[in-house]
Design a protein around this ligand. Sequence first.
Ligand SMILES: [Zn+2]
Length: 183
Amino acid sequence: MGIEPNTAEISSNVGSRNENDLFKQLRARNKGYVENFSSGELTAPARQEIAIVTCMDSRVNPLDIFQFQLGDIKVIRNAGGRVTDDVLRSLILATHFLAVKDVLVMHHTDCALAFKSEDDVLKGLPVQIQESTTKQQFLAMPYPDLALRADVKAVASCKLIPETVSAYGILYDVRTGLFARVI
Ligand SMILES: [Zn+2]
């Protein structure tokens, strides 16, 4: 019973997304951007020498939060702002090639992965995924504070990131816009 409605809903959602409408909208939005675009001379290194690792949550905008401009910082995002192997890959490159000297791991309040176990996350997904033999780690955070500390430690202890690079952990509050340093 649980499978049928879910499948139908997913299919109809994908089917109803009109490709032409999507790109029409994207072109219109980009046109407005290009009209005021003046950043063509920027270079790739992070001008402020900072990288922020954060969640993909659409309420979190690192550039806005700290009033940074295009070209100022590197932003690496994924679900939860977790420091995965791929985040380390980006940080190794960012610190060696792109001027990054400070790394901020920024988690946020009301994160969909916070105060949840892997099982909790899995239970919210379609039955096909729950029963799939393909196991996916979601990096849920039953203890968000510990997760943030572990993520900062993962950056700090990465042997391929220069020892001179500093790593910090901060928490952003989606209700107030304020951040607090945790580690
Ligand atoms: Zn989040």
